[in-house]
Design a binder for this molecule. Structure first.
Ligand code: HEM
Length: 304
């Protein structure tokens, strides 16, 4: 599938800028806030992977929550601020790291990066004043899953009260050399959502403010699962969610305990790369390596 793709990671970063502006910050999921905590493995992951951070020893974690789009001051209560992002860096005892970059929707708007570029450019050409039907209207009329992505997002009470999904499939291998394909899921203690009317009345920084208050009084906890594919599931197309009935292996618990140093310098330096994984885990969906070539371009730009 990747061989037939025409657009490069640089083309995708450029398309993000065309849609959201160029500002030498993250090209997308620009507005965000990060925290520190601990990941405690459940012990069950050893049945499906040898990945060292998922065995017995706890890891330190850095977790960055964010709003969608590359607009640095997007109101938290704007429609396009969905889905929310959750990026996690596991820092193991030996100093090695592994990253997961997920969001609050079970799926991606498009099957591959070329189509994602088309979507971004159609957004760019459909701003105020564009004549109807806009480029975005036309794109959505031929891409029903992108339409569902843009129109059926959950409106969270808090970054801590919504489910997050890894979306792209990884291959897990255990000590017996037996392999399976998985997608990550992160389940909050309680899902709490707003109605559209409540959402519109929220403050422009309601999520950023709420999560800081919440974590100052008590840790935020998510359970992390691996959703296991069957032979019926498409490993290479992140726009198609796997059926909810798939087996889920409980990998462990994220306990987010305190605000990190969110200085401009620390935010510039912090980044997550989707294919930063230890032995026992490999990228399966080709979008993972594509993303992992695009993210460093944006990281480099924000150092300038
Ligand atoms: C072809 C597909 C994709 C492209 C080209 C792309 C591109 C990017 C780029 C350039 C960044 C900025 C990285 C940085 O500056 O540190 C980014 C960040 C991000 N992306 Fe993607 N992305 C893609 C798919 C996805 C998918 C499938 C998800 C969710 C599962 C996702 C969620 C995020 C999140 C949450 C961030 C913010 C990470 C942070 O907090 O530092 N992206 N993406």
């Amino acid at each position: 599938q990747t061989d037939s793709l025409k657009r490069s990671p640089q083309d995708l970063v450029n398309a993000l800028h065309t849609a959201f502006g160029e500002h030498h910050a993250r090209a997308v999921h620009t507005k965000g806030i990060f925290f520190e905590g601990t990941f405690t493995p459940s012990g069950e992951a050893a049945t499906i992977t040898t990945a060292k951070h998922l065995q017995k020893e706890p890891s330190k974690i850095i977790v960055r929550f964010s709003d969608f789009t590359g607009i640095p001051d997007i109101p938290d209560n704007a429609g396009p601020a969905n889905p929310r992002g959750m990026a996690i860096k596991f820092i193991m005892k030996d100093g090695s790291t592994s990253d997961i970059v997920g969001h609050s929707f079970n799926g991606f708007p498009t099957a591959n990066s070329d189509q994602f570029r088309d979507l971004l450019l159609s957004i760019a050409h459909s701003g105020a004043g564009a004549s109807k039907p806009t480029a975005l209207d036309s794109f959505l009329s031929t891409h029903p899953l992108a339409k569902r992505f843009l129109t059926t997002q959950k409106l969270p009470v808090s970054y801590a009260t919504v489910n997050y999904f890894g979306v792209n499939a990884f291959k897990f291998t255990n000590s017996k050399n037996s392999a399976c394909f998985v997608r990550y899921q992160f389940v909050p203690e309680r899902e709490e959502l707003l109605t559209s009317a409540q959402y519109e009345k929220e403050d422009v920084n309601y999520l950023i403010d709420e999560i800081q208050k919440r974590i100052a009084s008590k840790p935020v906890v998510f359970k992390m699962y691996a959703e296991i594919a069957t032979s019926d599931d498409n490993i290479n197309d992140p726009s198609i969610a796997w059926p909810g009935s798939r087996r889920k292996v409980y990998l462990g618990k994220l306990t987010i305990t305190k605000l990190a140093d969110n200085s401009v310098v620390a935010d510039k330096a912090l980044f997550f790369i989707p294919n930063n994984v230890p032995a026992g885990i490999e990228p399966a969906d080709p979008m993972i390596n594509f993303r992992s070539a695009a993210y460093p371009i944006s990281v480099k730009e924000r150092q300038q």
